[in-house]
Design a protein around this ligand. Structure first.
Ligand SMILES: [Zn+2]
Length: 407
């Protein structure tokens, strides 16, 4: 269940962590940057960034969250190592949560993770779990799934920690409507783990919006990716997207065109039988073969493919213009293909939910108006994406409700 990409990166980057000083190591003798704002406490006698840590620890123990937040807003960036800064930003985010400043906390969790990304071991895991717990409290269940799953990549997790994390994942997947995924995580839980589920549900879901009454979507990308910028890693727009390396995509050929500013989204279906539970990767490769070998395109034509269980897979990188809507219609147009044939079937709920999450995240990040979400048959005479999916997209475009999943 571990995303291969993450495990590999953690492994590669683990050597890096070993050379980073921990915030627990005082850096006596170093000068305070700029020599300003030394706190008027015992900590002031300690020079260097360790005084920032000492003062933060003191304020946290005193329970004065306002003072702690004020201190960290000014000084967290002065800590000497990424790990130390990450610890301070985690402390900062938790204080914001306690103060009820939920959206600011979301931003600061993102900043904390950005300091150590992609190293999941140690403070990285603490950040991801706390961040995901917070997203659960905001009803951002899909984001929480992504962050809990990243946290699973930590290598030195005790049995208790692994159990608690897996239980949180089951609950998050259930809340996100990803029932197949929830069942997969449930299979990994032993009896003691299953006994944790009720307590975990109560902890993570108490007083939260019920399924179908989601909180307004706040893209995690806001935390550290400037709005409108196309990232190499699409999980910065919607956490949990399975990278193309995970399905063994062949590289794009040189005859591709860079993406211009993104202004629209077009929804397709594969018009193939829906893949079985383990058949998605084979089908993704098959689609890439058809697009590159039969049609002669540079790569798979779509930017994203969504399987029936609600996994979103990266197709052609968003950095490159797609080949899906026909000629000039591809300019600035994100191609999203749902695996299946929706001329003959309705769209499974987890798949529709994932499409909704993806479309909302893309729209938020690139400021795409709702009216610019179309289906393939609106560009040209084709049955794609099948009547069931076409109707769902039309209803979304006209809709008062923000989610496709309600159709
Ligand atoms: Zn199409």
């Amino acid at each position: 269940m571990h995303p291969t990409k993450v495990v590999t990166l953690s492994f590669v980057a683990a050597g890096l962590l070993a050379v980073l000083p921990s915030c627990a190591m005082p850096s006596r003798g170093a000068a305070t940057p700029g020599g300003r704002d030394a706190p008027a406490t015992r900590a002031a006698s300690t020079t260097g960034s360790s005084s920032v840590v000492v003062e933060a620890d003191r304020l946290e123990r005193s329970g004065d969250d306002r003072a702690l937040v004020a201190h960290l807003e000014r000084h967290a960036g002065e800590a000497r190592s990424p790990v130390a800064r990450a610890r301070l930003e985690l402390m900062h985010a938790r204080a914001l949560v306690r103060l009820g400043r939920k959206l600011s906390a979301l931003t600061v969790f993102g900043r904390a993770w950005h300091e150590v990304e992609p190293v999941v071991d140690g403070v990285g895991q603490d950040i991801l779990v706390a961040w995901a717990d917070h997203e659960m409290s905001l009803g951002q269940y899909g984001d929480a799934v992504g962050h809990y799953e990243l946290a699973l990549g930590a290598r030195d997790m005790g049995r208790e920690g692994a159990r608690a994390l897996r239980a949180s994942l089951v609950v998050a997947c259930e809340a996100a409507g990803r029932s197949v995924r929830a069942a997969e995580h449930l299979e990994q839980l032993d009896r003691s783990g299953r006994e944790l589920l009720d307590v975990t549900r109560a902890r993570l879901l108490a007083g939260r919006p019920r399924s179908g009454e989601r909180s307004p979507y706040v893209p995690v990308a806001d935390a550290f990716l400037p709005r409108g910028v196309i990232p190499m890693n699409p999980s910065l727009i919607l956490p949990g997207i399975r990278a193309r390396e995970e399905w063994g995509a062949r590289p794009i050929t040189p005859d591709h065109v860079p993406m211009t500013p993104i202004t629209s989204i077009t929804v397709h279906h594969s018009a193939m039988p829906p893949p079985g539970r383990w058949g998605t990767i084979a089908q993704l490769k098959q689609i890439q073969d058809i697009h590159t070998q039969d049609k002669g395109w540079a790569d798979v034509g779509y930017h994203f493919l969504v399987d029936p269980t609600g996994e979103v897979w990266e197709g052609r990188r968003l950095l490159y213009q797609g080949a899906h809507a026909g000629g000039a219609a591809n300019i600035g147009n994100v191609g999203v293909c749902l695996l299946g044939n929706f001329e003959s079937h309705s769209v499974p709920r987890p798949q529709m939910q994932a499409l909704a999450d993806l479309v909302e995240a893309l729209r938020a990040h690139f400021a795409i108006p709702r009216a610019e979400v179309r289906t393939h048959r609106e560009w040209k005479a084709t049955a794609c994406p099948g009547t069931a999916l076409h109707q769902a997209v039309l209803a979304y475009r006209a809709g008062e409700r923000a989610t496709l999943a309600l159709q």
